[in-house]
Design a protein around this ligand. Sequence first.
Ligand code: ATP
Length: 352
Amino acid sequence: MSFERDLVAPDAEGDERLIEAALRPKRLDEFIGQARVREQLSLVLQSALRRNRPPDHVLMSGGPGLGKTTLSMIIATELSVPLRITSGPALERAGDLAAILSTLSEGEVLFIDEIHRMARPAEEMLYLAMEDFRVDIVVGKGPGATAIPLEVAPFTLVGATTRAGLLPAPLRDRFGFVAHMDFYEVAELEQVLHRSSRLLGLELPGDAAHEIAGRSRGTPRIANRLLRRVRDFAEVRSGGVVTRDVASAALNLYEVDAEGLDRLDRAVLGALLRKFGGGPVGLSTLAVAVGEEPETVEVVAEPFLVRQGLLARTPRGRVATAAAWLHLGLTPPPDAFGASMIVDLEDDPGPV
Ligand SMILES: Nc1ncnc2c1ncn2[C@@H]1O[C@H](COP(=O)(O)OP(=O)(O)OP(=O)(O)O)[C@@H](O)[C@H]1O
C-alpha cells in the first residue's frame, strides 16, 4: 500500500505541477497570508532595488506546499531578474554547482529547493560563492591538484528547506534573511480557494470554500488540490454546481475527513492505537506498520497530527493523545496515559 500520491500529500507530481504553475500568484501583493514574511521580504526587495544591488541571500523554511517555490519566483519577478531553479539532491558533486554558478547572469536569483539535501562538497563551494562571489575549481588530484579561482556574477541565493534544523550552521549563517513559513489559517485558505476558483472559472460559495479550507491542513497546495477534486465531483454529479454539501460529499468520497486527516494519517494513528496500545513506539516501527518510509510518516503525516494534538513525539517514541482515541472512536486502555505523555519534545527528535 502506498500513500505517495495521496490526495492530501503535500508534494506534487506530473500534471499537478502544471496546474499548480497556473495557480501560482505572480507578485508579492497577490501572495495570500504569511503577512510577516511578506512585509519583511518586501522591505528586503525594495531596499535592494533602491541600492541597485542584489538583495541578501534568502532562506525559506517551512513544510511542503506552503509557498516557498512560489515566493522564490515572486522574488525574481519583483526584481525583474531571471530565475534559475535547482534542488539539493541534484547537486551531488561540486562540479554540478560550479556549472550553474559559472553561467549565472548578474543579479540572477538561484533557487535551491531542499537545500538541506545538498552534498557536502557542493555545500562548501556554495559558502565561498555566497560570500565572495567566487568559486575555486580544483583541477587534478592528489599533491598535484590546483585550485583555480573563478569569478561568479553577484547573485541572490534563495534556499528552501522543510528541515531548517538539518542545515549546517555555516550555511544557515550566510543567509541575510530567514523566512519562516507557517501553516495558513482557514480564512487565508478560503482566500486562496476563491482566487483559484476564479482562475479555474468555477463558482465557489463562501460556505463551500470554508468546508474545503477546513480540511486542507493549513496548506495552500492541498487546498487547491481538494478544490480540483470538488470540481470533478461537481461536474459529474451536480451539473457543475458546487455547494457546501457537494464539497463535503466529494471530500468524504476521497477519504479526507472533517479535520483534514487522510488515509495515511488515519493509518498512522490507527496503527499507533490498535497495534501499539497508543505507544510509545519508535518511528521506524510505526512506519513499517503502515508500509511507508519513516521519512514519509515523519514529514507528511506527523507534523499535522502533532499540530492537531493527536500525536506527541516523546523521548521514548511516538504516543497517541486522548484526542486521538476520541478521533478514531476507540477506548484507550486504563494505563494509556503514563509518564511518557508528559514530556513532549517541541524539537524534532528525529527517528527514535
Ligand atoms: N500564499 C499563497 N497564495 C496563493 N497560493 C499559494 C500560496 N502559497 C502557495 N500557493 C499555491 O500552492 C501551490 C504550492 O506552492 P509552492 O509550490 O510554492 O509550495 P512549496 O512550499 O514550494 O512546496 P515544495 O517545498 O513542496 O515545493 C502553488 O501552486 C500555489 O498556487
